[in-house]
Design a protein around this ligand. Structure first.
Ligand code: ZN
Length: 191
C-alpha cells in the first residue's frame, strides 16, 4: 500500500509496538494489512478429482483445484462455487460443499479454505479464462511434478485420495511449508 485508504495521503512504514505499520502522513491513521482469504473446491467424480491447468501467474502452467480470492459479501461456499463455475463451467450448489481444509499460508499472508463435493455424474467442462486445460484425474493420473505448490503441500494430495477411497473424511488444519517451514497437518476425524 502506498496511499491512505481514508484520505489518500502518503503512507510511511513505522514501527508500532512490535510490528511495522503503514501510517498516513496526513490523517495519522494506521492502514492495516490483513491476510486474504482464498477459497477452493475439490470436485470428485468417482475416484477422480477435477484439476485445472493455470493460465496465470503464480504457478502458470501447473495444475491445481479451482479456487481464488473470496469476494466481499460472499460466504466461503458461495465463493468456492463461483470460482469453480468461472474456471470450469461446472455449477455446484454452495450448500453441497463440505468443509475439507483450512490452510495457513503465512509466507504470503493468505488463508485458504477448501471444500469437497462428490458429483453423481460427470459434468460438462468448459475452460474459463484462468484455465488452460481441465480434467478429472485419479491419484495415478495426477501430474505430481507439475502440481501448483506441490513442493510445499507435503502429503496433502495423497491424504485426500486415501480419504476419497475410504469414503471417510476428516477436516484438516494445515500449515503450508513455505520458507523452510515443514508442511503440517492436523486431521479432525468426522466419524
Ligand atoms: Zn489518511
Amino acid at each position: 500500500m502506498k496511499y491512505c485508504g481514508e484520505c489518500g495521503g502518503m503512507l510511511t512504514r513505522q514501527r508500532v509496538a512490535d510490528r511495522d505499520r503503514d501510517i498516513c502522513e496526513s490523517c495519522g491513521i494506521i492502514n492495516y494489512r490483513n491476510p486474504r482469504v482464498i477459497v477452493g473446491a475439490i470436485l470428485c467424480w468417482g475416484n477422480k478429482v477435477l484439476m485445472c491447468r493455470r493460465s496465470q501467474h503464480p504457478a502458470l502452467g501447473s495444475w491445481s483445484i479451482p479456487g481464488g480470492f473470496l469476494e466481499c459479501g460472499e460466504t466461503l461456499q458461495q465463493g468456492a462455487a463461483r470460482e469453480t463455475f468461472e474456471e470450469t463451467g461446472v455449477v455446484i450448489k454452495p450448500d453441497a460443499l463440505q468443509l475439507y481444509a483450512v490452510m495457513n499460508i503465512t509466507a504470503i499472508d493468505q488463508v485458504m479454505v477448501s471444500f469437497r463435493v462428490q458429483l453423481a455424474e460427470k459434468p460438462e467442462l468448459r475452460c474459463g479464462p484462468e484455465c488452460l486445460d481441465l480434467g478429472f484425474m485419479s491419484e495415478e493420473e495426477m501430474p505430481t511434478s507439475s502440481l501448483a505448490w506441490g513442493e510445499v503441500m507435503g502429503d496433502g494430495p495423497q491424504r485426500f485420495f486415501a480419504e476419497l477411497r475410504s469414503g471417510h473424511f476428516s477436516i484438516h488444519l494445515m500449515s503450508i511449508g513455505m520458507e523452510g517451514e515443514p508442511f503440517h497437518n492436523s486431521a479432525y476425524d468426522l466419524r
